[in-house]
Design a protein around this ligand. Structure first.
Ligand SMILES: *Cc1c(COP(=O)(O)O)cnc(C)c1O
Length: 389
């Protein structure tokens, strides 16, 4: 990393712009991530319209769920309107309740924390690993060893007296967090793991798909993700009971009956519509090709960084990443801002990683550890154009 003075950095940024334009063969503005519809999307969408089943009941929803289960290796998959609602329901099913605490990383997209808040719980922010940018198993162990107490099989935070109800690692940019390490720590403290795998469809660790390590996992099919249903999400689990409850809760908790409207609890209207699922089935057919092209693009960026002595985020050991968003690690905040200015001015979209959650007004008061790696990454990491070419 770091090729020296500002002048050199600036020249390298200019060179980066040229390189990206060559990669994408375009003199138009280059977005961070654009969806690609070159499969059977239109055919399936028209078929869904012709069937009149455009809403939350339909063949494509069932098919999309079954195919996502097969693809990820999860026993069950339940489709939802978006990744945030999938996270919300997954947390409820993991047992998260009002006035409890949920451990997660500060380096994440705001939806992770919002879903925790929808349950009436508070996030606790733990640091990430410097390489994977996912929740650090060591930081998690350090925090729990210091502040957690187990009583009657329940883990409470000794500082607040509140129950620590779940842990939500997130697979940043599609790079797997250290799931075996995180699960080992959480098992010791009887804390269920809910994986935010919203960015990690197609990513594995030790050959196992992200989102299938924890009790529940969540995917997103938002328009900016590796494949899209327009808007959509998926709850993954190996537990039949949890899968049944997920389907029940996301369909207004309606009891199956030919005509009667009977609901046995407060549910949600979170079911994925058939139209979106039709898009999903078509996109899933293209996913393996997307993954190959994503990894080719990542290899080009890694090669460019090597030649220019810049650092980029690469897949962790034993992982195979989907490289949803490629990322550079710049020398410091000033170098980052200079890079963001040059590239965006020239129509090559780049952006800093999310403002870390502990700095947002609504989560500023939450507990946190030192967050050294989070602060380090927040000042240096930028995302660069990553669409499938
Ligand atoms: C995209 C994303 C979500 C939310 O997904 P939506 O489908 O947009 O609701 C949650 N967490 C992370 C880390 C994400 O990147």
């Amino acid at each position: 990393m770091g090729a020296g003075g500002c002048a050199t950095q600036g020249a390298v940024a200019e060179d980066f712009v040229r390189f990206v334009r060559e990669l994408f063969l375009s003199d138009q503005p280059i977005p961070l991530h654009a969806p690609l519809f070159t499969g059977r999307e239109k055919e399936y969408l028209l078929d869904a319209i012709d069937s009149t089943f455009v809403s939350s009941v339909g063949r494509y929803v069932d098919r999309f769920e079954a195919e996502c289960a097969v693809y990820t290796g999860a026993k069950y998959a339940v489709a939802t309107v978006n990744g945030t609602s999938a996270l919300h329901v997954a947390l409820l099913l993991a047992g998260v309740k009002q006035d409890e605490e949920v451990i997660t990383q500060a380096l994440t997209f705001v939806a992770t924390c919002n879903a925790i808040h929808y349950c009436g719980a508070e996030p606790v922010f733990i640091d990430v690993d410097k390489t994977s940018l996912g929740l650090s198993a060591q930081a998690l162990a350090d925090y729990l060893d210091k502040f957690a107490g187990i009583r009657n099989g329940e883990t409470r935070n000794k500082q607040t007296g509140k129950r620590i109800a779940a842990c939500v690692p997130m697979h940043t940019f599609g790079h797997s967090a250290d799931m075996p390490g995180i699960i080992e720590v959480c098992e010791k403290y009887h804390i269920p793991v809910v994986e935010d795998a919203a960015e990690a469809l197609g990513s594995t660790l030790h050959g196992r798909h992200c989102g299938t390590f924890g009790r529940l996992g969540v995917l997103s099919f938002n328009g900016n993700k590796i494949m899209t249903t327009g808007g959509g999400g998926m709850i993954l689990t190996d537990d039949e009971q949890l899968a049944k409850q997920a389907k029940h809760l996301t369909t207004t908790a309606k009891l199956p009956h030919p005509w009667q409207f009977m609901h046995d609890q407060i549910g949600f209207n979170y079911r994925m519509p058939n139209l979106n699922a039709a898009l999903g089935v078509a996109q899933l057919e293209c996913l393996s090709e997307f993954l190959i092209k994503k990894r080719e693009l990542a290899a080009r960026y890694i090669d460019w960084c090597g030649r220019n002595r810049w650092q980029c985020v690469v897949e962790p050991e034993a992982a195979c990443s989907n490289y949803w968003l490629n990322a550079l690690v710049l020398e410091d905040e000033a170098a980052r801002d200079a890079f963001l200015t040059v590239t965006n001015e020239q129509g090559v979209m780049t952006r800093p990683v999310w403002e870390p959650m502990h700095r947002l007004p609504m989560y500023r008061h939450c507990q946190k550890d030192s967050l050294v790696n989070t602060e380090w990454a927040a000042a240096r990491v930028v995302n660069i154009p990553s669409s499938v070419i």
